[in-house]
Design a protein around this ligand. Structure first.
Ligand code: HEC
Ligand code: HEC
Ligand code: HEC
Ligand code: HEC
Ligand code: HEC
Ligand code: HEC
Ligand code: HEC
Ligand code: HEC
Ligand code: HEC
Ligand code: HEC
Length: 350
């Protein structure tokens, strides 16, 4: 434990930050003594001590370069030099977020918490030198690796939702928590359906293009979010899917395609993406290709009966092809491409 009591004490109340009823936050940079604040805030010693104990247990191992000393008066120290709007207009909005709830003893700003330094690391050295190499900045230019930056977050966020983060695609590609999460913003864009995709598109340009195609899952209309199909923190399925398989992922919203069917169509039961793209397509119904080409990837002319007026040209869809292939193509007759429950639906025609 690198800290003396005076170092820790500022957590109990030395931050004279108050969130007003109207949501505005005011800062008083004047320091008050530990004891006085204890009395003012009415926090019993026993509780404060155990809260400190909890915070101490949750303390991140400081990264090399940051030093081990926490600043003397916590957020007050920081806010002397980082007072307000400029150059980081969102700074004080953190007090409108869940992290700023002082009554929740798990948050950085709860009594005994490390406050700003819970995420930015021990800041005494930085407060003296103002060197940015002595503070965890979360910028991509930080001297700390993404893994080292993430440790501060994981220190408190080890719960269920984080299972799978380690060795996940994002972790092993050096993505930081702060690449997706805005901590000082009163509303974190990645948590809202309407604004989430833009966060992902910062890195996933191809997917942005896909979701602008004519047939799409309605992400750009704010009706569905990436995280309804993907677990961005990690999953054991391919492509960070939210469910173990592609089909199970699709069934969460398209339950009627699950069956069970009397007559299954093998590819539909196996993998929806044999025929559909998940994000967007230039063909209708998110199809990879239009029929008949779609079907002809797997079915040949061989064996197809010469249905009246269809002739041998049927599966070719070339010049002289049947009028039956116009418009609905193969689905004019085989309308039940996902499977049929009709007693005589074996050929997926009803
Ligand atoms: C004595 C004034 C002073 C104090 C006290 C201070 N800072 Fe700073 N801080 C600065 C200056 C100046 C910079 C800009 C450094 C630069 O750009 O080289 C800075 C930069 C930063 C940055 C951004 C680093 C980057 O990569 O651009 C963060 C984050 C930060 N401070 C957090 C804190 C925290 C947290 C505390 C409290 C523990 C704190 N500061 C206390 C002066 C201070
Ligand atoms: C000192 C502990 C602590 C640290 C450090 C911490 N958090 Fe949190 N975080 C919390 C608590 C407590 C909550 C509120 C949880 C709840 O209400 O269920 C929370 C909530 C969140 C939420 C959900 C916000 C919402 O509006 O639902 C996100 C996202 C989050 N934290 C990300 C991060 C990231 C990213 C970092 C690192 C930059 C981080 N946290 C560091 C304790 C911490
Ligand atoms: C690729 C983007 C991305 C990265 C990287 C990321 N998150 Fe998230 N996070 C999200 C999205 C999207 C949600 C909302 C949907 C959900 O809960 O899965 C979320 C939700 C959360 C929540 C609140 C809901 C919950 O599950 O408890 C917390 C806390 C959180 N993230 C913490 C973290 C931490 C800590 C890290 C780094 C280890 C991290 N996130 C990295 C995208 C990301
Ligand atoms: C829960 C973790 C957390 C806490 C607590 C926290 N910060 Fe931050 N801070 C971040 C993250 C992550 C960023 C990157 C920008 C963002 O996510 O909004 C950041 C960005 C900053 C920056 C700007 C660096 C830049 O990108 O220009 C400054 C300055 C800063 N924080 C200071 C503070 C001060 C002062 C406090 C205490 C009042 C504080 N932070 C509390 C996580 C935190
Ligand atoms: C900071 C950049 C960054 C952000 C932001 C980001 N990702 Fe990624 N993501 C990556 C990298 C790098 C990879 C691995 C290389 C690749 O597959 O492109 C990846 C891979 C993926 C994969 C494929 C995993 C696989 O195994 O094929 C999915 C799915 C994914 N990200 C979803 C998301 C979602 C959803 C969001 C927004 C909530 C998001 N990403 C935000 C960088 C990012
Ligand atoms: C309707 C479900 C669904 C939604 C919504 C969705 N995805 Fe996907 N995504 C998938 C499936 C399924 C795959 C696997 C595709 C495959 O195997 O052919 C995938 C694959 C990916 C991949 C891996 C590379 C690729 O394109 O195959 C990335 C990256 C990705 N998605 C990012 C995103 C982002 C970013 C969003 C939100 C803007 C998003 N996804 C929304 C279902 C979805
Ligand atoms: C989170 C819910 C959700 C999940 C999961 C989901 N979808 Fe969808 N799907 C929708 C919504 C919403 C629509 C749009 C319906 C509308 O516009 O009325 C849609 C539409 C479609 C369409 C018709 C598109 C069009 O242009 O008419 C297809 C095909 C489709 N989804 C296939 C899939 C496949 C394949 C998967 C699995 C990779 C999947 N869906 C997963 C919600 C979902
Ligand atoms: C063999 C190719 C094929 C497979 C595999 C397939 N589909 Fe389809 N799907 C189609 C075709 C073709 C259409 C267009 C039907 C039409 O226009 O009559 C379609 C249309 C849809 C539609 C929109 C119209 C409707 O029926 O609601 C949804 C949703 C859909 N499919 C979901 C799925 C899901 C979920 C899976 C996986 C369980 C899946 N599809 C597997 C070929 C396929
Ligand atoms: C990815 C390969 C694939 C695609 C694409 C595909 N099918 Fe199939 N289809 C199969 C398989 C495999 C069977 C099962 C064959 C068997 O049981 O002998 C099947 C069975 C059928 C049957 C029933 C045949 C029988 O003997 O019971 C019909 C009808 C059919 N498909 C029509 C279509 C139509 C129409 C399309 C285009 C919308 C299509 N298929 C696309 C693979 C595919
Ligand atoms: C005019 C209606 C019609 C159209 C259009 C049509 N089919 Fe058929 N298809 C049939 C009939 C009728 C059968 C035989 C049903 C039976 O034997 O009970 C059949 C049987 C099949 C079979 C099963 C063959 C077997 O060995 O039992 C497949 C596969 C098939 N069609 C695929 C296709 C594909 C692919 C297309 C589009 C290129 C297509 N059909 C277009 C009417 C049609």
């Amino acid at each position: 434990m690198p800290l003396g009591l005076s170092g820790r004490s500022r957590g109990v109340g030395a931050i004279s930050t108050r969130t007003m009823g109207n949501g505005q936050t005011t800062m008083k940079t004047k320091k008050a003594s530990f004891a006085a604040l204890l009395l003012l805030s009415g926090i019993a010693f026993g509780v404060a001590t155990s809260a400190q104990g909890a915070a101490a247990a949750a303390e991140p191992a400081p990264a090399p370069g940051l030093g081990t000393q926490y600043s003397e008066s916590g957020a007050d120290t920081c806010l002397q030099c980082h007072p307000d709007a400029t150059p980081f207009p969102q700074l004080l909005q953190i007090f409108k977020t869940k992290h700023g709830v002082r009554a929740d003893k798990r948050t950085p700003f709860a009594a005994g918490g490390l406050q700003c330094e819970a995420c930015h690391g021990p800041g005494a050295k930085h407060a003296e030198s103002t060197s940015k190499d002595a503070i965890n900045s979360f910028k991509n230019t930080s001297f700390l690796s993404p893994e080292e930056r993430n440790k501060f977050c994981l220190n408190c966020h080890r719960g269920n939702a984080r299972t799978g983060w380690h060795a996940s695609t994002h972790e092993s590609n050096n993505v930081a928590c702060s690449n997706c999460h805005k901590i000082h913003a009163d509303r974190d864009p990645v948590l809202a359906t309407a604004t989430q995709a833009d966060v992902c598109y910062n890195c996933h340009k191809k997917q942005r293009a896909d979701f602008n195609k004519p047939s799409v899952h309605p992400v750009r209309f704010g009706r569905i979010a990436c995280n309804e199909c993907h677990s961005p923190h990690g999953s054991s399925a391919q492509a960070l899917l939210a469910k173990p398989t592609v089909n199970q992922t699709c069934y969460t919203c398209h339950a009627e395609k699950r069956g069970p069917f009397l007559w299954e169509h093998a590819p539909a039961a196996e993998d929806c993406t044999l025929c559909h793209t998940a994000h967007g397509s230039v063909y209708r119904s998110l199809l990879r290709k239009n029929a008949p080409l779609l079907c002809q990837q797997c079915h040949t002319v061989a064996g197809h009966p010469a249905v009246a007026r269809t002739g041998a040209a049927l599966p070719g869809g070339t010049a002289g092809a049947s009028g039956f292939l116009l418009a609905g193509s193969c689905m004019n007759c085989h309308s039940q491409v996902h499977g049929s429950n009709h007693p005589s639906g074996v050929k997926l025609m009803r």
